[in-house]
Design a protein around this ligand. Structure first.
Ligand code: 2RA
Length: 374
């Protein structure tokens, strides 16, 4: 059994034990959970020490994903760190091709270059890669999946599957159930994206700049091109020749692919805001036929993974602060767009690290397990 190490007692390195699979199962899952009858999987997580990687581990435990063995992989800088999992800790190893041999699932949340390389290696060694980057999302033989929207797309995978960008997922989770009832003809989406979407260095930068500001000092921008504290930057990812950013292009291209609507008109403006966790979207959606705000509320109330929070009389609407660390996509401020017939405006907030990334990845794996694809 590859790689799962558990520290006993004081956790000293001399007392590292490598455990066999049945022991692991009995340690990770409380007595009474019938793990022996459930298929279990060898998992490798690339980018295990990052914001998404750590959330992935939390969610795998919460959802009792059937783990047989777990290898946590990262850069040399992080190798040797110990990360809690179950009742023990696992030592982070350097990402190598050998380290993913024997894995059933390889979850990748690292750089685009690592995603590209390790997606290919996963495929070559017969593992299933579920990738969080944009490296594979537009490849014709790579399904881009939100299990609540297009679960059947897992069926045609060729060992690499991608999860959508964290600003795309919440929008599509709300748009898709409406589109099924009344065809969408155009979407305008403006995002308010938290710094955790950039990674832990950006979270630290916002904190440092906020603390410095409170003391009347300045802390320089290094992750972002300009200060992010008490500011908003209409700039997420790189600028393209079209004048859009790559993040904005991703929202269009990914929404089209997931909804199987290759010509769906969508224009996005993606904005970074001084919020730690959870992305928000202000969406204006036009439909083929007339539609009422009440219809939208009713449809979205039944939409899987979506919670309607829409009571202006009590100041109840989604916010990033309240949506952070939760699984659902929260939607509110649903109203008929006064500027255009057959159009609805709405406001969406979602934890970008959970449903926007780690949770969606685990749900894809769960969908594949449910369908006996692995
Ligand atoms: C961001 N959407 O928020 C990106 C992360 N995938 O920067």
């Amino acid at each position: 059994m590859a790689g799962l190490q558990r520290f006993s007692g004081d956790g000293s390195r001399s007392r590292i034990m490598t455990l066999t699979a049945p022991v692991v199962a009995s340690i990770l899952y409380p007595i009474g959970v019938v793990m022996s009858q459930q298929k279990q999987f060898n998992i490798a997580v690339i980018g295990a020490t990052g914001v998404v990687g750590r959330e992935f581990l939390k969610i795998a435990e919460e959802r009792r994903f059937p783990v047989k063995s777990l290898r946590l992989l990262a850069t040399e800088r992080s190798a040797g760190k110990r990360i809690p999992f179950g009742e023990g800790e696992i030592t982070v190893e350097v990402t190598t091709h050998d380290a993913i041999k024997g894995a059933d699932f390889v979850f990748i949340s690292a750089t685009g270059a690592i995603s590209k390389e390790y997606g290919e290696v996963s495929r070559d060694v017969g593992a299933i890669a579920i990738d969080d980057s944009s490296a594979w999302r537009q490849e014709a033989d790579v399904p881009l999946v939100i299990p609540e929207v297009n679960p059947d797309d897992v069926m045609w995978h060729k060992n690499i599957l991608a999860i959508p960008n964290c600003s795309t997922t919440p929008l599509v989770m709300c748009a898709w159930p409406l589109h099924k009832q009344n065809r969408i003809t155009r979407i305008i989406a403006d995002t308010y994206q938290s710094v955790s979407g950039t990674g832990s260095a950006a979270v630290a930068e916002l904190e440092a700049q906020s603390r410095a500001w409170a003391k009347g000092e300045k802390s320089p921008a290094s992750v972002y091109p300009q200060e992010i504290a008490f500011n908003v930057l209409p700039h997420v990812d790189t600028f393209l020749d079209s004048g859009y950013t790559k993040e904005e292009w991703k929202m269009t291209a990914e929404t089209r692919k997931i909804m199987h609507e290759p010509d769906l008109p969508l224009s996005a403006t993606c904005v970074r805001v001084p919020v730690f966790f959870a992305h928000s979207v202000s969406a204006h959606i036009e439909f083929e036929k007339p539609i009422k705000a009440a219809d939208v509320r009713a449809i979205l109330k039944d939409a899987p993974g979506v919670i309607v929070q829409d009571d202006p009389a009590t100041n109840s609407y989604p916010t990033p602060l309240a949506s952070a660390h939760k699984d659902a996509v929260f939607v509110g401020r649903i109203r008929e767009d006064s500027s255009k017939a057959n159009s609805i405006a709405m406001w969406i907030s979602t934890d970008n690290i959970r449903k926007g990334a780690a949770l969606n990845a685990i749900q894809i794996a769960e969908e594949m397990v449910k369908r006996g694809l692995v």
